[in-house]
Design a protein around this ligand. Structure first.
Ligand code: SAM
Length: 283
């Protein structure tokens, strides 16, 4: 029980036996035991208190059993924020920051737009947009009340005021409103996709991941329904699977969108497709 930080990290790394085991062990030590990574570097001979050692062992055990690190530490970095997460919400992905970037590229810095984020989960996209464009009003929706509780808590922790929340399926909770932009990272994985058994996915909520047999059920609903919720010149931006861009483009053309574009994620996969509606109220 008297191992130094260096010994503890070396042992944890070998027990975890995965490519980024060292980084994960350091993060557990930092976020669960309160010993920052710089402190770990400067004082490798430090010994944990009994309480810290118990916390470390229990967190490591959960990680070895396959629980996502973000659910163990209770947080995940997204954009410039440290967001609270729980097993009720999808763990925000770095690739989703691409959706934020391409949305921001279309929102003038001083715009006072009304923007909707559908299926907000932890509030990641909505909060990034709200903070980058403080004069815009963001409304974030989700079917999951548990997710909205986390998203609201994140808005409070980030002291972000230009955001509100509504519960219900996709556009239903905002059915009487018009927006300059709608963004959405919907569930888009096919129900039988083998990736669902890999990495963190088995621990994440199914309703945040899976959307029918081809992964496109949610997008088939959101794309036509969003048309009547956009002002003339309004944008729809969607995250989707690496092989779904052509079908999403086709669905957007069919719904009346124009200036349709697809952008790649950090791994060079097609990830975001968007378009503009030129006439208000088309369907
Ligand atoms: C892929 S997650 C995205 C979460 C978050 N926006 C992000 O990017 O990290 C999809 C979200 O859609 C929500 N969702 C699933 N079905 C829905 C529906 N029918 N109506 C509204 N939201 C839904 C889930 O609860 C989940 O939070």
């Amino acid at each position: 029980m008297t191992a130094t930080l260096f010994e503890l990290l070396t042992e944890a790394q070998s027990k975890l036996s995965k490519p980024d085991a060292r980084r994960e062990s350091e993060l557990i030590l930092a976020e669960i035991c309160g010993i920052s990574r710089s402190q770990q570097l400067i004082h490798p001979d430090q010994v944990l208190s009994q309480n810290q050692r118990q916390q470390f062992d229990s967190a490591l055990k959960r990680r070895i059993a396959g629980e996502p690190l973000a659910y163990i530490t209770g947080s995940r970095g997204f954009w410039d924020m440290d967001l609270k997460v729980s097993p009720e919400v999808l763990i925000p992905r770095p690739d989703t920051e691409c959706l934020v970037e391409h949305a921001l590229a279309r929102i003038p810095v001083d715009a006072s737009w009304q923007i909707a984020d559908l299926g907000t989960g932890s509030g990641a996209i909505a909060l990034a947009l709200a903070r980058e464009r403080p004069q815009c009003e963001i409304i974030a929706t989700d079917l999951s009340m548990a997710a909205l509780v986390i998203a609201e808590e994140n808005a409070r922790l980030q002291d972000t005021k230009n955001i509100s929340f509504a519960a219900g399926p996709w556009l239903q909770p905002i059915k009487n409103r018009l927006f300059e932009m709608i963004v959405c990272n919907p569930p888009y994985i096919p129900a039988d996709d083998p990736h669902l058994k890999q990495g963190d996915l088995p621990a994440e909520p199914e309703h945040a991941l899976i959307s029918g047999s081809d992964g496109l059920d949610a997008l088939r609903q959101i794309i036509p329904d969003s048309v009547t919720h956009l002002k003339a010149g309004g944008f729809l931006l969607l995250e989707h699977g690496f092989d779904q861009a052509s079908e999403v483009t086709r669905l957007m053309q069919l719904a009346g969108y124009c200036e349709i574009f697809t952008e790649k994620d950090y791994g060079s996969n097609d990830r975001v497709t968007g378009g503009e509606i030129q006439e208000k109220g088309r369907s």
